[in-house]
Ligand binder design. Structure first.
Ligand code: IVH
Length: 699
């Protein structure tokens, strides 16, 4: 039964509702609009949620395409176009931190020819002759794949740290950055040398070893696994609790110093930073002329995977600051520096076969099985080919020598075949007509890219559904991996997850590899999962759009599974944190007889459905939403929230226009306070909160 690798190990699961794909038949104005939406969507995922869905190179390609449309059709440029702005606006998680000097973007080139062209342009703009151009001094440094940060020092004392945000306003992460070891809290300069004001810019990053350690810890705790060091650094920095940031081994390379005092050269400012106690990247070099820049980039690229931290290129900066002022900036980036982005590292290898895996929803995903090859810092043997059209567009065939790379340095990707090496007898690959697991004909609907196995009893789907049910974040059944599930299905002991709760130790001991102890352990682990909290059960059911966050919202809004199943679409959509699309998906799920029967069998198997919320207190807060922040004297945080929900109210985690009141104890969250002030939401102290609980009226 060919069910490996799974959708999870392929890392390619994509929400079908995610906007995707260019449609070349569109008019430029429509395509520009579509590109802007796509770019904004992916930019939000990247900057605010630290969870990109596409590789950086694909994102850059979208921006490049939009830029080229706008170049031909200047009338299509809008003021808010992503080509005119940088990054993403702040998320609301932290207080806004306006930048005194805007944090601009950095222009980039992807080939030496383009880098040379920048050199020629710069020479012309500055009116340099050949000899002067050859003598031009440039600072070269690695382009660190992290997050840029701006730190302000007031008379030598650490004062404020802000993320870039949209370039004008960042997020105030002062408390978090304070915990980073390579950030001095006091400048190590002589008193007469301390500038009254200093702004330091640099890149916060997570060393690769620390990234791997963090992911091991996250996995052991059943927490989110980060896709790459950059996301991990962003996720670690943007924590409400600075203690978490402190536990993450973040580091910073400083690359820019701004003071009112005159620093003649870029290299002087790096020297000042070094002496003040910052870490300047040790690969930084001051070179003369563009030929030396070329040598620097080539050498750095050859060593990029042995530095201990991720870099995605080199940055070249003109040393003489007087020239910076003469060159100035474009609408989004200074002209005196340029990033050279490394081309993605590519390797060739043999494509042994193309197989098809069946996911939990029945989606049939083709994937390449290759001769293992080392690329982009790890060994690759499997890569998703996504769908039938992708295989056809690439025309990759079993037996081909193919080019592989890591998209965005993370996800393995087959670029295409090396045609000169194609065997003479090769034929193009055909998508199988039948499901490789259950043999039922596969279905591809008109106008859709994906092919599905529509047999709900397909063991391949069942295996993936059970694996999802047992996974961390769901029912978390230890020792129940895919192999074991496969074995149990083959032995005819289970067909779905509800059957797990009827397994007896004696049934297992006969199976290969099941000693008495491991059989007992598995049955005990299954038993232990019976009283997982309701959100875990909701996730385990595998309802479309219902992940951990939504499951928590449903559980705290409605209390138990029966209430959730009985709720109408309107009631569900009225629950805080649950939108119309989710509500519709929930109703569809529970309207299906098969799903209801499954839930009933879970109940018979003794699975806990949560606690129905009953309260005999007067429901004075019905329809009201009260947010709590900071420490209260007479309530714990949970206690305060319970007091609200027990009176019919809701207590969401963030302030919105719908919030009735914000209760602020000591050390309240700055973001919540600011938001409440902006929206005119009343802010109550503890006495006011007590009055609200007693009467339901604002004091
Ligand atoms: S210079 C004008 N130097 O790359 C802003 N940036 O892709 C550029 N980056 O936003 C500042 N390493 O976050 C500079 N050695 C370096 C860098 C670097 C990484 C980041 C920075 C910037 C981004 C642009």
């Amino acid at each position: 039964m060919a069910v490996e690798p799974t959708e999870r190990t392929m890392g390619g699961e994509r929400d079908p509702d995610t906007p995707v794909g260019p449609d070349p038949s569109l008019a430029p104005s429509e395509r520009a609009k579509e590109l802007r939406e796509l770019i904004e969507y992916h930019s939000r995922l990247y900057h605010q949620q630290d969870a990109p869905e596409i590789p950086d190179a694909d994102y850059d390609a979208l921006v490049d395409e939009l830029r080229s449309i706008e170049a031909v059709h200047p009338d299509l440029v809008t003021p808010g176009s992503p080509t005119q702005t940088v990054g993403a606006p702040p998320s609301g998680l932290f207080a806004p931190a306006p930048h005194r000097v805007p944090m601009m973007s950095l222009d980039k080139v992807v080939s030496f020819e383009e880098l040379l062209a920048w050199g020629v342009r710069t020479k012309r703009l500055l009116g340099l002759d050949d000899a002067e151009a050859e003598a031009l001094r440039l600072v070269c440094e690695p382009k660190i794949d992290g997050l840029s940060i701006s730190i302000t020092y007031d008379h030598g004392r650490y004062a404020r740290a802000a993320t870039r945000g949209d370039g004008r306003v960042g997020e105030d992460v002062t408390e978090n950055v304070r915990t980073i070891e390579s950030v001095p809290l006091e400048l190590a300069l002589d008193p007469d040398e301390v500038p009254p004001d200093l702004e330091v810019r640099g890149e916060v990053y997570l060393p690769i070893a620390a990234f791997q350690e963090l992911n091991q810890r996250q996995e052991a705790a059943g927490d989110k696994i980060f896709a790459n060091p950059r996301n991990a650094a962003a996720g670690s920095l943007r924590q409400r609790d600075a203690k978490i940031t402190a536990s993450r081994a973040l580091a910073m390379f400083a690359y820019q110093a701004e003071t009112s005092a005159e620093l003649a050269r870029q290299s002087d400012s790096l020297e000042l930073l070094r002496r003040a106690g910052f870490v300047v990247n040790p690969e930084t070099r001051l070179v003369t002329g563009l030929d030396a820049v070329y040598e620097y980039c080539k050498d750095l690229e050859a060593r990029r995977h042995s530095l201990g931290y991720e870099i995605d290129g080199a940055v070249v900066k003109i040393d003489d600051r007087a020239l910076h002022r003469r060159l100035g900036a474009t609408s989004h980036a200074p002209r005196w520096m340029m990033a050279y982005k490394f081309p993605p590292e590519e390797r060739t290898t043999l494509l042994r076969q193309i197989m098809v895996s069946i996911g939990r929803t029945g989606r049939a995903t083709p994937f390449a099985v290759m001769e293992p090859v080392r690329v982009g810092g790890s060994t690759v043997s499997l890569a998703s080919l996504h769908n039938e059209d992708q295989v056809a567009a690439k025309d990759v065939r079993p037996g081909d020598t193919v080019v592989v790379r890591k998209a965005g340095d993370v996800i393995p990707e087959v670029v295409g075949p090396v045609l000169s090496e194609r065997p003479a007898d090769s034929t193009s690959w055909r998508f199988p007509a039948d499901c490789p697991v259950c043999g039922v004909p596969l279905v591809r609907l008109e106008g859709e890219a994906d092919t599905y196995c529509v047999n709900l009893d397909c063991p391949g789907q069942q295996l993936q559904r059970i694996a999802h049910f047992a996974s961390r974040g769901a029912m978390d059944i230890e020792g129940l991996g895919e192999q074991r599930i496969h074995q149990l299905i083959e032995a005819g002991l289970i067909t779905d997850a509800a059957d797990l709760y009827r397994l007896a130790v004696e049934e297992l001991t006969g199976l290969e590899g099941f000693a008495d102890l491991s059989a007992r352990n598995l049955v005990a682990a299954i038993d232990g999962s019976r009283d997982r909290p309701l959100p875990n059960l909701l996730v385990a059911l595998g309802i479309r759009h219902v992940g951990g966050t939504v499951a928590h919202a449903l559980a705290s809004g409605l209390g138990d599974l029966d209430s959730i199943m009985e709720a109408s679409e309107t009631e569900l959509a009225a629950t805080e944190g649950v939108g119309g699309i989710i509500a519709a998906s929930m109703v569809r799920f529970f309207a299906t007889e098969r799903n209801r029967a499954f839930v009933e069998r879970l109940r018979q198997g003794g699975v806990s459905f949560g606690v129905r919320l009953v309260s005999d207190l007067p429901q004075v807060l019905a329809g009201k939403s009260v947010v709590v922040t900071g420490t209260l004297e007479n309530f714990s945080r949970e206690g305060a929230e319970e007091a609200i929900t027990a009176r019919g109210g809701k207590s969401p985690g963030s302030v919105s226009a719908k919030t009735t009141a914000l209760v602020a104890g000591s050390s309240p969250g700055a973001a919540k306070l600011t938001k409440a002030e902006q929206l005119g939401v009343p802010i109550l102290d503890e006495a006011g909160f007590q009055a609200l609980l007693d009467t339901g009226e604002l004091p």
